[in-house]
Design a protein around this ligand. Structure first.
Ligand SMILES: NC(=O)C1=CN([C@@H]2O[C@H](COP(=O)(O)OP(=O)(O)OC[C@H]3O[C@@H](n4cnc5c(N)ncnc54)[C@H](O)[C@@H]3O)[C@@H](O)[C@H]2O)C=CC1
Ligand SMILES: O=C(O)[C@H]1O[C@H](OP(=O)(O)OP(=O)(O)OC[C@H]2O[C@@H](n3ccc(=O)[nH]c3=O)[C@H](O)[C@@H]2O)[C@H](O)[C@@H](O)[C@@H]1O
Length: 445
């Protein structure tokens, strides 16, 4: 099949590459000429394990192409995947300007039946808006061309994107058109070989399914974080509680790891967008508002623990931070807890030395230049360099090399042996035996 994918971010690039890997002829279009130039050169603008080799293999085999021109790419595709960003507006609603701009461009160039597929995460009703924008453009051109708009939300996780795309738990296809459904069935056939993972439904139902999935996962995390904070108050170890409840198959072990809050480009924005969607129907989404509120507070829990230990004026205090990305396996800093922590620490007068195995370049580009100029923040060359003369080590992202560090070496170079563990990676008893003062999230020290 000939496929055009619009947007070459985490979702667009992975979608296009994986469809090409299944033998399709794919053109990925992006409005950013620098991204497209880099991709044509075989350089991947994001860190995603396994992606680079898959892109270069498929480009070499002439199945994967890159372009800045949607008009050119549209010539003979039967499917147009929209994978552009849907960031939050100031009021929490989803900003659909990128999606609707793409719809307009499709309408300006469409000249044969095609299926327009929404892969971006969009509020219920967006497919109708996309259809209306395309129809308006066709009317302006005074042409009548049949097309369908399908909702096919994406559920991949950054850091495991290829595996998630190639072996999805489910494929959601929202459409009322038999013709579009048949095309989608053929496209996804290779992903359904051992069992049919596709769930067909109405377009609006599919749009809602994506938000509900992310909101459910965010709810599990905020719930366990609340329990962990309560454990802190009651001298209970949340790790025992987590194992105890996870063993109930109705609850399960996944997404109940307590910590310093969820980040990333999706949970925070999608929970807010769903709250906003509820408000637009005059519905008060009490649960979702609490999930969001708990997470905002949870992202400040590490700073609160630091202040309880060192006082609220942190002048003269040096904090070594391990991990900047919003989770391991990515260089993505969007809504990362590290950003909230660095802001609070530097605001309170602390000096910060930070290290991340992958996100250092992204951090250098994103963080305020003044922090570097004033030496409020130093990006260390090695995880142990970040701890030299530090009054405390704070673990924000649980990258594998941070899991079993050399505690003796750490103790030698730190000013004070204090570890504040935002991801509950260390054993409090072992830490205490090694001579560390240890503070976790809901851990009994
Ligand atoms: N990042 C993730 O892990 C996941 C994201 N999603 C959803 O997928 C959508 C895309 O997310 P990301 O890939 O993270 O976004 P991103 O921000 O990484 O990439 C979006 C890309 O679209 C391009 N773009 C914007 N307007 C364009 C236009 N008019 N024409 C061509 N290209 C244009 C941008 O230059 C950018 O490269 C969002 O709705 C997100 O919620 C869904 C599942 C997973
Ligand atoms: O819509 C999206 O963009 C994607 O959002 C999440 O994927 P992602 O944000 O890449 O990462 P996750 O692994 O889900 O982690 C999100 C955040 O939750 C935190 N988390 C996760 C699990 C947990 O038990 N506890 C916890 O605090 C992580 O540290 C991270 O900050 C979903 O898992 C994907 O299914 C979805 O497609």
């Amino acid at each position: 099949m000939n496929i055009t994918v619009i947007g070459t971010g985490y979702v667009g690039l992975v979608t296009g590459t994986c469809f090409a890997e299944m033998g399709n002829n794919v053109t990925c279009v992006d409005a950013d000429p620098n991204k497209v130039a880099a991709l044509k050169d075989g350089k991947i603008p994001i860190y995603e394990p396994g992606l680079e080799v898959l892109v270069s293999n498929n480009a070499r085999e002439n199945r994967l192409h890159f372009s800045t021109s949607l008009a050119e790419a549209m010539a003979d595709s039967s499917l147009y995947f929209i994978g552009v960003g849907t960031p939050s507006n100031d009021d929490g609603s989803a900003d659909l300007s990128q999606v609707l701009a793409v719809a307009k461009e499709i309408g300006q160039h469409l000249d044969h039946y095609a299926v327009v597929v929404d892969k971006s995460t969009v509020p219920v009703g967006t497919a109708d808006r996309v259809r209306a924008v395309i129809e308006a453009e066709l009317q302006k051109r005074d042409v009548e061309i049949d097309f369908d708009v399908v909702s096919n939300p994406e559920f991949l996780k950054e850091g495991a994107a290829i595996e998630d795309f190639m072996r999805p738990d489910r494929i959601i296809v929202g459409t009322d058109s038999d013709r579009a459904r048949e095309l989608m069935r053929q496209l996804y056939m290779p992903f359904n070989m051992n069992r049919d993972r596709t769930v067909y439904m109405g377009v609006r139902d599919a749009e809602m399914t994506k938000y509900a999935a992310n909101a459910m996962l965010a709810t599990k995390i905020s719930f366990i974080n609340e329990i962990a904070n309560l454990c802190d108050c009651l001298d209970v170890d949340v790790e025992n509680v987590r194992r105890g409840i996870g063993s109930d198959s109705r609850i399960g072990y996944s997404y109940i790891y307590p910590g310093c809050g969820y980040g990333g480009s999706c949970f925070p924005k999608d929970v807010k967008a769903l709250i906003h969607l509820a408000e637009s129907c005059q519905y008060d989404s009490q649960v979702l508002r609490s999930v969001d509120e708990r997470n905002k507070r949870q992202q400040r829990v590490l700073f609160e623990k630091i202040c309880q230990r060192f006082g609220s004026d942190l002048s003269g205090i040096t904090i070594g931070v391990w991990g900047l990305a919003f989770k391991p396996g990515t260089d993505d800093l969007r809504e990362a807890t590290s950003l909230v922590l660095l802001h609070d620490l530097i605001g309170a007068g602390a000096r910060v030395k930070a290290y991340d195995p992958i996100a250092m370049d992204a951090a250098r580009k994103l963080l305020p230049k003044a922090w570097f100029d004033n030496c409020d923040l130093v990006l260390a060359d090695h995880q142990y360099d970040a701890l030299k003369a530090a009054d405390a080590m704070v673990l924000v992202t649980e990258w594998k090399p941070f899991r079993t560090p050399d505690f003796m070496a750490m103790k030698k170079i730190m000013k004070q042996p204090v570890v504040i563990d935002g991801r509950n990676q260390y054993d409090p008893q072992q830490m205490s035996e090694a001579g560390f003062e240890y503070l976790g999230i809901g851990r009994r020290g």
